[in-house]
Design a protein around this ligand. Structure first.
Ligand code: CMP
Length: 137
């Protein structure tokens, strides 16, 4: 078993797609270990995406991620990191495979509905950034 960190981003929450995305997550076999609705501050979004701070899209990304509530998740499954990335599809919805969440629910590379950790080290950092140990037992 493996755990990964996932976000249903503000665009998807504001379009009332969170329930559909959660249903797809459960249908794909993931167990929801922890879940919280949270409206991030700009500073919280900047800390979360610190790895991208030199990228030209950092300001727009952190503005968007702090623009409304999102759903923060710890998901568990065999090979969860890879499997969640497969269910999301490519970062840019225009390049995502049919049947993936970003293809079905994302509008653009900025408003792409979901986030997922890309490696075990990132998952450990991202889960620890938002969840307390007690929530992840
Ligand atoms: P996410 O998986 O949350 O990780 C960083 C986010 O930055 C990414 O999804 C996109 O929504 C956003 N982004 C905007 N422009 C780019 C880009 N050129 N390359 C990668 N990510 C981008």
């Amino acid at each position: 078993m493996e755990r990964t960190f996932a976000i249903i981003k503000p665009d998807a929450v504001s379009k009332k797609l969170a329930g559909q995305i959660l249903a797809r997550i459960e249908a794909a076999g993931f167990t929801v270990v922890a879940m919280r609705l949270q409206h991030l501050t700009k500073a919280e979004a900047e800390g979360f995406y610190a790895v991208h701070q030199a990228r030209p899209f950092f300001g727009a990304l952190t503005d968007f991620m702090s623009s409304g509530p999102c759903v923060l998740l710890c998901l568990e499954a065999p090979d969860a990191i890879k499997q969640w990335r497969a269910l999301m599809g490519a970062t840019d919805p225009a390049k995502a495979e049919p049947g993936t969440l970003r293809k079905d629910f994302g509008a653009s590379i900025d408003n792409n509905a979901t986030h997922g950790s890309d490696a075990p080290e990132t998952a450990a950092f991202e889960l620890g950034y938002f969840f307390r140990g007690l929530e992840l037992r």
